[in-house]
Design a protein around this ligand. Sequence first.
Ligand code: DGL
Length: 274
Amino acid sequence: MSDNRAVGVFDSGLGGLTCVSRLKDILPHENLIYFGDNARVPYGSRSKETIIEYAKQDVAFVKRHDVKMIIAACGTVSSAVTGMKNFGGDTPFTGVVLPSAAAALRSTRNGIIGVIGTSATIASGAYEKAVKEISPATRTVNTACPLFVPLVENGITDKEDIIVKEAVRRYLYDIKCSGADTLIMGCTHYPHLTEAIREYLGEGVELISSGAAAAEYAKELMEENGLLTDSRAEGELICYTTDSAELFDENAGKFLEKSIKYRVDKISVEELYI
Ligand code: DGL
């Protein structure tokens, strides 16, 4: 069995492109639709009700493109909708929480896992619950890092930058002291701070990218359900943003990490309310 429709990926902004980047590596023939709600980023400082309302609109928009699978490549959305059954309706759906928790549990040797995310994500306790459901004896140390998304969206990620260094030290101090050997970067923006985080925590701590973990999990789901394409041509990437297409273009390269070809169109926020 095969299915040649596209895979839909969305995020509040550009962070979900870390998931797209991984999908491009492991499923190069799949067509991808990416939606970044850049006009309304960040989601992570909003109420759960608002995040769920936005997430429903995002899913509805992605579904208009006849996708075979939807990935919420956003820790904040994934945490808010955890426990809500069939969030994608009749379309297979995954967030980043479960795949990241499973990846962290495969990696930890001492049973101590650090979790970082937006304020909404950490307040939801979703990663902690997902870890404990699989492995009740595992300990998680959870910290909200509200300054990380604005730093990344503004391109301030250099590990030698004094602001980056100080933010990383402040937010990760407790996790470092806990002896955690694995860290879930529970927001898809955070892999852009990998170098700074690695420098502070040391090489011995395994860093889990939530976007990459979700990409790998989605691949497994598609394999199991006969949803992979049988095309051997390079897959297309079509992006939509609620903010300026030029701005998206300027910053997307940093998130895609390599020169992946794509087309980007702007849509208005009003279109999400249709
Ligand atoms: N990439 C989103 C996440 O994973 C960004 C957070 C936000 O919009 O605040 O949580």
